[in-house]
Design a protein around this ligand. Sequence first.
Ligand code: ADP
Length: 407
Amino acid sequence: MKILVINAGSSSLKYQLYDMKDESVLASGRVERIGMDSSIVTHEPADKPEVRDVQEILDHVTAVKRVIDLLVSPQHGVIGAMTDIDAVGHRVVHGGETFKESVLVNAEVKLEIRNLFDLAPLHNPAHMMGINAVEANLPGVPQAVVFDTAFHQTMPDVAYLYPIPKVLYRRHKIRRYGFHGTSHNYVSEQAAKVLEQPLESLKMITCHIGNGASCTAILGGKSVDTSMGLTPLEGLMMGTRSGDLDPAIVPFTMNKEDLTLSEVNSMLNKHSGLLAISGVSSDMREIVEGMEDGDKNSKLAFDMYTYRLRKYIGSYAAAMNGVDTLVFTAGVGENSVALRKAVCDGLTFLGLRLDDELNAQRSKQARVISAPGSAVRVLVVPTNEELIIARDTYRLSAAAAETAAGE
Ligand code: ADP
């Protein structure tokens, strides 16, 4: 069974084609600058040379058509015909309170995703364009949607409500949702496998630290709290996002700097975080380099970033009345030896002891990096959100096919 995984943005579309026989990636790629006359298509088949071309792609329907053409092309393709694509899975950022798990797409599901446009105005409309574009190009092929928020729907009300007038929750569903759920879910399962312990028995904190960053308290395999909220702006300090701050800063800054709401919004999302404090970059590699070269602002940015992450880990240990497993994942979490050391060296009060040699080793495998006897096991687990989307899509479409065959 071949599953196409799609992550559609407003002007980009990333894809991976999986063969579920062995969960191998047959091809992956992306279409960038959709809507412009010089869109860039990059296609990477597993065992053929990469293709890159520039052409006019004005909408998502054309983008998906171009992807399918490449997948079946005699020269660059990896499948014989487009009928070889058995199902398509989409990443959808916001599932609100409606979607607690992945589902197959039908008219009702599309309507619900549309109803959530308000909560994720930059993401959900783009995902819908992706779904419609697949429908236009591959009519009748089952599609599934996998939500970034779904895993966190197990949070209790004490964790998901904001202490503001309840009418705002009732009228507008203003509450905490959390994101990166697919990743937190996957790495928690992988960590339990590495430890050879049932996930249900663990008190785990997972740190997904990439350009965006969030950490999650996972008690017995269920998300009980997570650092992102109504939007992915809350929580940890990130590459360009501020994370937590005094909400009064918004009206105060608007007033003092004569800024509009959308300007302040843009400041907090795009011009804050590591970038604002270092004045150098939002990329952790450059921050660490700057710090090693003696740049004071890079050091301050690094110290604030790790300090805030450490405080969240401490608070989630309190939320679960303990922690026995700490997991690092995503671009920074998987690769930055310095970040993991800075965070863990301040958590010895939990009985946590990092093994500096294990921490410094480079590997693509999930692995333990704490010292033997550490009260908290620390792991690095590479995340793989596309694989989870492929697995969910496979499971849902196979079950639907079985039901249909039985009728
Ligand atoms: P996204 O949130 O966009 O999915 P990723 O999880 O791919 O992001 O993480 C991207 C970030 O990972 C980069 O901005 C960079 O800061 C960081 N990163 C990648 N490699 C390294 C490394 N070797 N050391 C430190 N940081 C790294």
